[in-house]
Design a binder for this molecule. Structure first.
Ligand code: ADP
Ligand code: MG
Length: 563
């Protein structure tokens, strides 16, 4: 057996393998360096999955020319000086391994200028060695270009996935850092296409808007929880905006992206009972904690961490999520059942789940119940199957379909509005752009005025896009684009002759409370009271029944009490 010390270039390639597994690892290291340098703007570009080219440019502090080549020496770092510092790492990098590791497996160009110098430096490294170095002007900051990755390490090259997959890994990395740093403006160019661009406004919601669209961004609720040792903050989406795939949850510890099964389970626990099977939440959370309570040094790429106080961490994250969600439910309840409320109904969110005993209101009860299609006064008993309201009337049991009933209420209100030329709308915080198909857009062109009269203000916005500015007062705005799309789709499918009337019905239908929605006692009372006042309380605008009646005689027959 022969025993020998490996030559330095082999050692550095082995070490490089730990840090640079694939193009995304390089993007990660370079973005971390830019963040550590205090950059407020970071532009990233990848070509051919990052194998041909990766460029990361920042406006951070730059590297003084006397230190540039040192930055490429193994274990050269400006960030820690002793083992003790290692325990308190506040920066993302600290091993001094990234630049030399990258330079060991690719050609690297760096152009940088620190704020203290007038002229910047340019270095070209090949095979880890500096082969060209000169002074060059540059704005403050650093640009690093990595070319021909793994050209001399064919085994690694073979190990890479398709360009598309490598690109999407890079995008994933940039996305996570953009979420962790809303103050930093990120842009990502993949094969010359802008894939991501965040404004650097400091508002996490703005970053989420770039990733998930404005609707999701608007529906997000703030989560926060603090204990004596940690502070959880972030945004979580209501369960109704769940996603099929995983990967819409991002967790950060001290603004460092971490993939932690513990944190993932804590988030799931917070959503417990709210998500249907196979659906996953959208959530972004950062946990600030003293650096000594988290060990980031367990994995070469620092993606995994070990926590000192797992239990309290788990509880805090779960609590942050659950508390935030309990607030969304109140908020969406308020939106869902947007019954116009008189002063008497102001307190309808004070939970009144158990039905208070209520006498029949004597108001014209007799004439009404004699009348054909009108409703008798009803005493609400409760909700059945989260879809029907059970009520007792002077003659037996009434089951009211909550959706059909509310549809009738909204429909009558819309008809009345149209007659009086008044429109009850709710404005959106900011207009939403909706892209329609050419067919839908052609149909819409002739329908804009009709829809506007119903409170749905769409404005042509070039091509087949429309700008949505207001929606009917009663409409649930949690998925406003989805609602409007469905309305337009419904309309484009039926006959054109009666389209004006169908618009009214469709808008009413999409504004009405859904089946499956839990209602409080007050909401049921309010709905039934409004139903009583409509022109045809027993049928919905489509002609289906809103109310089923089981008379005393019928009930007795069903129980074989009478023949
Ligand atoms: P680490 O980040 O672990 O310190 P790196 O190999 O990633 O090690 O970087 C080495 C050093 O080069 C850093 O400590 C830092 O001083 C300097 N450096 C690297 N990238 C940048 C950058 N974008 N802006 C300013 N300084 C940088
Ligand atoms: Mg680094």
């Amino acid at each position: 057996m022969e025993l020998h010390v490996l030559p330095p270039d082999v050692v550095s390639r082995i070490a490089a393998g730990e840090v640079v597994e694939r193009p995304a690892s390089i993007v990660k290291e370079l973005v971390e360096n830019a963040l550590d340098a205090g950059a407020l703007k970071i532009d990233i570009e990848c070509r051919r999955g990052g194998v041909d080219l990766i460029v990361v440019a920042d406006d951070g502090c730059g590297i003084p020319s006397s230190l540039v080549s040192l930055a490429f020496a193994r274990h050269a770092t400006s960030k820690i000086a002793s083992f003790d510092d290692l325990v308190h790492v506040g920066t993302l990098g600290f091993r001094g391994e990234a630049l030399p590791s990258i330079a060991a497996v690719a050609d690297v160009e760096i152009s940088t200028r620190s704020g203290d110098e007038d002229l910047g430096s340019y270095l070209y490294l090949h095979g880890g060695d500096v082969v060209q170095q000169e002074s060059r002007p540059r704005a403050r900051g650093t640009t690093i270009a990595v070319r021909r990755l793994f050209r001399h390490v064919p085994a690694r090259l073979k190990f890479l996935k398709s360009e598309g997959t490598e690109n999407s890994n890079c995008a994933q990395i940039v996305t996570q850092y953009a979420l962790a740093h809303p103050l930093v403006a990120f842009s990502l160019l993949l094969e010359d296409r802008v894939t991501l661009r965040t404004p650097g406004s400091g508002d996490l919601r703005d970053v989420m808007a770039q990733l998930y669209g404005t609707e999701v961004a608007r529906a997000l609720v703030e989560a926060s929880y603090s204990s004596d040792t940690l502070y959880v903050t972030g945004l979580v989406a209501p369960a109704s905006l769940s996603r099929a795939g995983r990967g819409h949850q991002s967790t950060f510890v001290n603004h460092r992206w971490v993939r932690s099964p513990l944190l993932q389970r804590a988030i799931e626990e917070g959503y417990r009972g709210l998500l249907p099977d196979g659906r996953n939440a959208i959530a972004v959370l950062n946990i600030d904690m003293p650096p000594e309570l988290v060990d980031v040094n367990v994995h070469p790429s620092k993606a995994q961490v070990k926590f000192a106080e797992e239990h309290s961490l788990f509880r805090s994250v779960k609590e942050a999520v659950a508390t935030a969600l309990s607030r969304t439910r109140v908020a969406t309840d308020a939106q869902h059942v947007a019954f116009p409320s008189g002063p008497a109904e102001q307190s309808r969110w004070s939970v009144a789940e158990s039905a208070p005993v209520e006498e029949f209101t004597p108001s014209s009860a007799d004439e009404r119940s004699k009348g054909s299609s009108l409703l008798p006064p009803l005493r609400i008993l409760g909700q059945i199957l989260t879809t029907y309201i059970a009520a007792e009337g002077p003659d037996g049991l009434y089951l009211i379909d909550q959706h059909a009933a509310h549809e009738r209420v909204v429909y009558d209100r819309l008809v009345e509005q149209r007659r009086r030329g008044q429109t009850e709308t709710q404005g959106l915080l900011e207009p939403v752009t909706i892209e329609f198909t050419p067919t839908e857009s052609a149909l819409l062109a002739g329908l804009l005025e009709t829809l506007a009269q119903l409170g749905l203000a769409l404005e042509p916005f070039g091509g087949h896009s429309y700008l949505l500015r207001t929606v009917p007062a009663a409409m649930d705005v949690t998925d406003v684009t989805g609602q409007v799309r469905e309305i337009v789709r419904d309309l484009s499918q039926g006959p054109r002759s009666d389209i004006q009337d169908r618009a009214l019905e469709t808008v009413a239908c999409h504004s009405a409370v859904r089946a499956g929605k839990q209602l409080t006692h007050e909401e049921m009372r309010s709905l039934v009271r409004q139903l009583e006042q409509t022109t045809q309380p027993r049928t919905c605008p489509h002609g289906r029944p809103t109310v089923l009646h089981f008379s005393q005689v019928q009930i007795e027959k069903l129980f074989s009490r009478r023949a």
